[in-house]
Design a protein around this ligand. Structure first.
Ligand code: EPZ
Length: 422
């Protein structure tokens, strides 16, 4: 099991480039299933989850080529099966994103139910509700979703809960349906917008992406396209939050300030001097300790749940008391138990966490529990006296490309024990 050894040291300083967004690249790679012509995806991050998606597509007979370090070409002309097996789906819930494209383009799909994960039950009932509304016959058997439909029909689909991959799955399915599909209460995340951009490059007719109502006019076929994945706003926010926690000055390049307004507001409230350009964001704490900030996670454009753990770590070191409310997932405080081992002062009461900041933390052996939480543990370890060992860092490899290399380039004393993914 890979481990990180991190010595608590001074402020992070320097420049780091953001990779392409994992949560845009995943649905975009699956969108290739909608066409028999190649989809070229650039600025595609080199991550465990991307590797899993490539494996999943390849085992379906789809041709997947790594054309350059960050460019993948996917050609579904060679597809041989419509099955997404449990052994791959259980390692990455986002595999459910092959469901909509397979039914729409191939008339059937057999996708293992993803099951829950550390942060919650993660049901897919809304994905299935939407496909049923479009005319698919759905049966659940042996832990698999079996979906069949010769030709999906456009429908009006109302999500009672905002779902990112639910919106993405049904938007993809609707591109080849008969007639118009309207998605109401749709997710507004930038990754949904980026997927729509890619689908339109393939010839899809979509409008309203980025708003709560998305309209899709079905077309008969989609064609080859090239798409550059948008920057990863969560990776960007993670490095900016780490700069704030360590009282440093960090510039993140290859990113877009418009993707994380709510996070930038919170960084300013924490006392950071935030400067931005078209493709960079800089946080400068001017050597000062951060101020505690209250966090209430919401669907985009609200404060992202994927940044909650990082801001809990920031608040553990901030001046004052903060209240964090996690409204998206039912169990997204596992990182709190690990932060408590570093001497943090956190009280959890249901969906609310109350954090009293401390000047410094104290090193201890801890364990990564889920993808974003693990980055929060790195941040806290950088502000803990002594040497912290973080176990199970494979969680980080799922969502951050070369996280230890990027932190080290900013001055962190961090080293990996075990094999590097890459
Ligand atoms: C996406 O997950 C992201 N993953 C998550 O990022 C992110 O935390 C989440 O959106 C929220 O922003 C990808 O994009 C691959 P949801 P998703 O469907 O789509 C409930 C990361 O670290 N729900 O928006 O699975 C669900 O239980 C990951 O990169 C239903 O009830 O999340 C949750 O409470 C972690 N029924 C809420 O909706 C459904 O059919 C939001 O979930 C679907 C969802």
């Amino acid at each position: 099991m890979d481990k990180f050894i991190i010595a608590g040291n001074g402020p992070l300083n320097g420049t780091v480039a953001a990779a392409g967004a994992k949560n845009a690249a995943l649905p975009i790679l699956c969108a290739a299933l909608l066409s028999d012509e190649p989809l070229t995806v650039s600025n595609c991050p080199r991550l465990w989850d991307i590797g899993t998606t490539k494996k999943l597509l390849a085992q379906m007979g789809v041709t997947v080529a790594q054309a350059a370090p960050h460019t993948v070409v996917v050609d579904a002309k060679t597809i041989t099966t419509h099955i997404a097996p449990y052994e791959l789906v259980r390692t990455m819930r986002a595999s459910i994103l092959v469901l909509g494209p397979l039914v729409a383009a191939r008339g059937e799909a057999h996708v293992s139910l993803p099951g829950g994960c550390a942060i919650g039950a993660r049901p897919v009932d809304l994905h299935l509700m939407g496909l049923k509304a479009m005319g698919a016959q759905i049966t659940l058997d042996g832990g698999f979703v079996h979906a069949k439909c010769a030709k999906l029909k456009g429908a009006r689909i109302v999500f009672d809960t905002v779902t990112v991959t639910g919106t993405e799955n049904l938007m993809m399915a609707a591109t080849l349906a008969d007639g118009e599909t309207v998605l109401e209460n749709a997710a507004r995340e930038p990754e949904v917008v980026d997927l729509a951009r890619c689908l339109k490059a393939m010839g899809a007719k979509i409008e309203g992406e980025g708003t709560t109502t998305i309209r899709i006019q079905g077309v008969t076929r989609l064609h080859a396209a090239t798409h550059a994945v948008l920057p990863d706003r969560i990776e960007t926010g993670t490095f900016l939050a780490a700069a704030a926690a360590t009282r440093g000055k960090v510039r993140v390049t290859n990113t877009d300030p418009a993707l994380l307004d709510a996070v930038l507001v919170k960084l300013q409230q924490a006392g950071a001097k935030v400067s931005t350009g078209t493709d960079f964001i800089e946080v400068d704490m001017q050597g000062r300790r951060p101020l505690a900030v209250n966090i209430h996670t919401m669907p985009h454009p609200g404060f992202p749940t994927d940044m909650q753990a990082q801001f809990m770590a920031l608040n553990c070191l901030a001046e004052g008391v903060s209240v964090i409310k996690e409204t998206i997932f039912e169990n997204r405080y596992m990182h709190a138990h690990e932060l408590l081992r570093l001497g943090a002062d956190i009280r959890i009461d249901g969906h609310t966490a109350i954090v009293t900041g401390k000047e410094r933390l104290t090193a201890a052996p801890i364990m990564a529990t889920d993808l974003r939480a693990s980055a929060a543990l790195v941040m806290a370890a950088l502000c803990a006296d002594g040497e912290t060992v973080i176990d199970r860092v494979y969680h980080m490899d799922r969502g951050y490309e070369d996280i230890e290399g990027k932190f080290a380039s900013l001055g962190a004393q961090i080293k990996r024990v075990g094999k590097q993914f890459g």
